[in-house]
Design a protein around this ligand. Structure first.
Ligand code: CP
Ligand code: NVA
Length: 337
């Protein structure tokens, strides 16, 4: 019998069926429970895991590292400045070498084409730890957090405020549409999701029954939301855009006024993190000096409020990444979902 996950990569959410994504989310909850109860789950003993990072990371790196160790595998971090890729060696050649030594490869970087090329030429499962286009491992953690809070994903209304055309907005729109959550992207028109991303999401929504809304109207977006979500106004690699974005996105800041507009006392706040909710960071300080803005995409009040679940969400990165690695590399008996 064919196993559905063994040997597969996770390059983007749309490569997986709704059932497969929900299986991974539920498997993550199971692994979280095993971890809490101290029950070993060494599904990847004697495996070597490559963690290849072109961009910086706290959660994704820490989650892949601890998840690999909990699974009995050996993780090895390869930073972009430490290895030959790009400067002296092509992606194809690098993939062929890494695939001879490692059993699985995580990649975080700029271009989606690089993660796809690594998968094509390495011969081992490759997991996308964020590109400019998609952040699929983040989606599993986000929807696990939704399921933990509401007991379901279908019909949950998630409203995202901010840069509507970044990796997070793309992934939330498409993954929500696949899983049957109602997704609103609220952004200024110039930062609406690309037409092809909207089109892809619409096709999935037709099958799942998910309701999608792309709007610049904050009141309309917030009303009735179960989940208020935001991300940084400027993604990694786009730092030159700070001035423009700070001006453009202030009306989309998640503050208590916006939370009240949901008219839902059970609303939760999510953020993939890192977040600019105060001036305790170098960027935060620079923005305050330049523009007099102390809080960007979310206020400190919301970040520390009873609605906030972003640290549960961050923890869930580990359990969900563990599920992906175990399912695709662990020879587990998962014949059909
Ligand atoms: N959410 C997320 O991917 O965090 P890092 O950039 O710290 O990995
Ligand atoms: N949109 C953000 C997500 C960080 C997890 C970025 O790409 O920098």
């Amino acid at each position: 019998m064919t196993q559905v996950f063994q040997g597969r990569s996770l390059l983007k959410e749309s490569d997986y069926t709704p059932e497969e994504l929900e299986y991974l989310i539920d498997f993550s909850a199971h692994l979280k429970d095993l971890k809490r109860r101290g029950i070993p789950h060494h599904y990847l003993e004697n495996k070597n895991i490559c963690l290849l990072f072109e961009k910086t990371s706290t959660r994704t790196r820490a989650a892949f590292t601890t998840a690999a160790i909990d699974l009995g595998a050996h993780p090895e971090y390869l930073g972009i400045n430490d290895i030959q890729i790009g400067k002296k060696e092509s992606v194809e050649d690098t993939a062929k070498v890494l695939g001879r030594m490692f059993d699985g490869i995580e990649f975080r970087g700029f271009k989606q084409s690089v993660v796809e090329e690594l998968a094509e030429f390495s011969g081992v499962p490759v997991w996308n730890g964020l590109t400019d286009e998609w952040h699929p491992t983040q989606m599993l953690a986000d929807f696990l957090t939704v399921k933990e809070n509401f007991g379901k994903i279908q019909g949950i209304k998630l409203a995202y405020f901010g840069d509507g055309r970044n990796n997070m907005a793309n992934s939330l729109l498409v993954t929500g549409a696949i899983l049957g959550a109602d997704i609103t992207i609220c952004a200024p028109e110039s930062l609406f999701p690309a037409a092809e991303v909207q089109e892809m999401a619409r096709k999935f929504a037709e099958k799942s029954g998910s309701k999608l809304l792309i709007t610049d109207n904050v009141d309309e977006a917030a009303k009735g939301a179960d989940v208020v979500y935001t991300d940084v106004w400027v993604s990694m690699g786009e730092e030159a855009q700070f001035e423009e974005r700070v001006k453009l996105l202030q009306p989309y800041q998640v503050n208590m006024e916006l939370i009240k507009k949901t008219e839902n006392d059970n609303v939760i706040f999510l953020h993939c993190l890192p977040a600019f909710h105060d001036t305790e960071t170098q960027y935060g300080k620079n923005i305050e000096e330049q523009f007099g803005v102390k809080e960007m995409e979310v206020t400190d009040e919301v970040f520390r409020s009873k609605y906030a679940r972003q640290f549960d969400q961050a923890e869930n990165r580990m359990h969900t990444i563990k599920a992906v690695m175990a399912a695709t590399l662990g020879n587990l008996f998962i014949p059909k979902v």
